[in-house]
Design a protein around this ligand. Structure first.
Ligand SMILES: C[S@@+](CC[C@H](N)C(=O)[O-])C[C@H]1O[C@@H](n2cnc3c(N)ncnc32)[C@H](O)[C@@H]1O
Length: 263
């Protein structure tokens, strides 16, 4: 297995359960409202693919109340956790988003809460976008929300600590020219285990980078919003980039280097 894949798998696997505990304590209200707004915009019953779904809670499970949802993630521990929520309308698979998945099958694809940008090369990121372009049908919609670089630089909280049921989470954040970094140390006072340490990095992709990456795979950026309330995007002031793209008929396949009408 190549190195970045191993790191992502091992890292998320090791902390998957703890991360899920931590994320359950987030203030989910704004994200829930955001999901509900998205749900309102899209016809019920559509087929949805969520890439990088993690343990599936609460986002993927929430979506499955309205759609036929398939969640994919690279972390075996997260997928194993998520599979307990499976129903007739909700399925989870262990899958690397850099590899094709169910061609021309979905009406919508979602990538939520910065579940992108951690691969080593641009080609791997292109491959992940190619998976999305291939998985959605003609005129299908792709929604991705990603951090906004300028805002994230200005608002980086370098050190924070949270204690949940005797487990201490120490989070350190920093950035350089090309990436944001986050180190999570998990200390379990009850288990008296060695602390778990996990570091992740996320690329500083701009709106221009995404527009180009999408276009290269035949996805056209239609709208950009600046937060989970769908406010206008402002390059300096918006906390997020909520990008909505649609799939065009003629898709230039970066992988095969030819123009193919592949849906
Ligand atoms: C920041 S977490 C977010 C999880 C979930 N979307 C949420 O908001 O709770 C990023 C997720 O991307 C997954 N991931 C990383 N690389 C991946 C890959 N190549 N293919 C699929 N999932 C991947 C990780 O395992 C992790 O669950």
């Amino acid at each position: 297995m190549d190195e970045p894949k191993r790191i992502v798998e091992d890292g998320y696997d090791a902390i998957s359960e703890r991360y899920t505990e931590l994320s359950r304590k987030f203030d989910w209200a704004p994200r829930r409202r955001y999901l509900n707004r998205l749900v309102d915009l899209l016809p019920e019953g559509s087929r949805v693919l969520e890439l990088g779904c993690g343990a599936g809670v609460p986002a993927t499970v929430e979506l499955a109340r309205h759609f036929d949802v398939t969640g994919i993630d690279l972390s075996p521990a997260s997928i194993e956790y998520a599979q307990r929520f499976e129903t007739d309308h909700l399925h989870f698979y262990l899958h690397d988003m850099r590899l094709p998945f169910w061609i021309n099958h979905f009406n919508y694809a979602f990538n939520f809460f910065t579940s992108f940008g951690y691969f080593k090369t641009r080609r791997e990121h292109d491959n992940a976008i190619s998976t999305i372009a291939g998985a959605i049908k003609n005129n299908g919609i792709f929604v991705m929300d990603y951090l906004n670089v300028h805002y994230a630089e200005d608002h980086t909280i370098h050190q924070s600590e949270k204690e949940i049921d005797g487990v201490n989470f120490i989070i350190t954040k920093w950035y350089d020219e090309t990436h944001f970094y986050k180190k999570i140390i998990i200390e379990d006072e009850i288990m008296h285990n060695e602390p778990m340490i996990y570091t992740e990095k996320v690329a500083k992709f701009s709106l221009g980078d995404f527009t180009e990456m999408f276009a290269y795979q035949g996805l056209q950026l239609q709208e950009v919003f600046g937060d989970y309330s769908f406010s206008n995007y402002d390059v300096k002031k918006s906390p997020r980039m909520v990008m909505i793209a649609n799939a065009q008929i003629q898709v230039k396949s970066a992988r095969w280097g030819i123009a193919v009408p592949f849906r």
